[in-house]
Design a protein around this ligand. Structure first.
Ligand code: DP6
Length: 363
């Protein structure tokens, strides 16, 4: 199957050019936590694609004379030359080289910026890696114009996955499934697929407000975190549970059972953290304010008939999920009662989006 992503014959006739893509972050509802080589998930995950939290990347390419000397690229991040990101991109290039055989034929400048504040603790690897993958696919399309749209997006997601697992869910569609699952048609461990079942109106335009509880460096990198699932005493049960939760959430999306959605999503978040608390070595990635927020959300739900719920990534920040119909009231509640638990009172309102967008460069 991977073989189909290796181009047969490619003529490097393009001398130079540039392309720009804007790609979103995503928030997992059923979490990916645990992977095996080469960047394959131990369980199926599903996410909402976000809209405002995104990365914009321009890839400039110029043909080189000598491709013997390894990869040749520079990174400019938020307007400044950035050496720190280069090793990660070098590793990414090595992993994808067999599928992108023209990588050494060009010198690249990768110019990137995020819509969210730097070191906000928001995972930028998903939007960052998918943006580079989209740009490379645009170049591949220049070189082999007869690529189908389906192949273009599938391979973009496949390449993004090799950069960062969750990045494969930041390419196309409002809800994206990654990882083979018997009940999701077309699902694969190799790339994300759009969740195309009928979805109840309440789950359309879902809102996500990200509370920036802790903006520091990640305590545990995701690669280390995933590694902790190897030999984890509860790994087998966890992976089986995730597969069952995919079946349940698929059903919930069609029937619109929002209370079941809340239970499943919050349980997934807490399970992710429970996995980290019960690994060796163990970690607590929540902060006191994370718990303050969770308790406030539970109280708010009890006192009102709100459907507000939370999810977490592998860190202290809280994603608050709620239907669009509650936008006004929930956002008031956030400003009044939850902002105090955020660093500098900062939060970001976002909502479900469609996926990557190609931007037309200004002449
Ligand atoms: C907790 O995709 O960041 O956000 O594949 O090592 O780059 P790598 O990991 P990454 O892991 C994300 C884990 C998560 C849950 C999720 O997004 O599904």
């Amino acid at each position: 199957m991977e073989q189909s992503f290796i181009p047969q014959k490619i003529e490097i006739f393009k001398e130079s050019g540039q392309v720009t893509w804007q790609t979103p972050s995503n928030i997992a509802l059923v979490k990916y936590w645990g992977k095996r080589e080469p960047q394959l998930p131990e369980n199926t995950s599903i996410s909402f694609t976000l809209s405002n939290c995104c990365t914009t990347t321009t890839l400039q390419y110029k043909k080189r004379e000598n491709k013997q000397d390894g990869f040749d690229f520079d990174v400019i991040f938020e307007g400044k030359k950035n050496e720190a990101f280069k090793p990660k991109i070098e590793t990414f290039f090595k992993r994808i080289e067999v599928y992108v055989p023209f990588l050494k034929d060009y010198y690249f400048t990768i110019e990137s910026s995020n819509s969210f504040p730097h070191s906000s603790g928001i995972a930028s690897s998903a939007s960052g890696m998918s943006a580079i993958a989209m740009c490379l696919m645009s170049l591949e399309k220049e070189l082999t114009p007869d690529l189908t749209e389906e192949f273009f997006y599938q391979k973009a997601s496949f390449l993004a996955r090799l950069g960062s697992g969750s990045a494969c869910r930041s390419v196309k569609g409002e809800m994206v499934v990654w990882g083979e699952h018997p009940e999701i048609k077309g699902s694969s461990d190799l790339y994300g697929v759009e969740f195309l079942d009928e979805v109840a109106p309440v789950f359309k335009n879902y809102q996500d407000t990200i509370l920036l509880v802790d903006k520091g460096e990640k305590q545990v990198s995701s690669t280390v975190g995933h590694g902790l699932m190897h030999g984890h005493p509860f790994a087998t049960q966890r992976f089986a549970q995730a597969q069952e939760n995919i079946s349940s959430i698929k059903n919930i999306f069609t029937t619109g059972e929002i209370d079941a959605f809340i239970t499943l999503v919050e349980s997934e978040a807490l399970t992710l953290h429970a996995m980290m608390m019960t690994s060796q070595p163990y970690f607590i990635l929540m902060k006191p304010n994370t718990l303050e927020v969770i308790n406030k959300v539970w109280k708010y739900r009890k006192d009102t008939d709100s459907k507000l719920c939370f999810t977490l990534d592998a860190g202290a920040n809280v994603h608050l999920l709620y239907p669009e119909a509650e936008k006004e009231t929930v956002q008031q509640f956030i400003s009044k009662e939850l902002a105090v638990f955020c660093k500098n009172g900062e939060f970001i309102h976002d909502q479900v989006g469609m996926g990557a967008k190609m931007l037309v460069d200004k002449p």
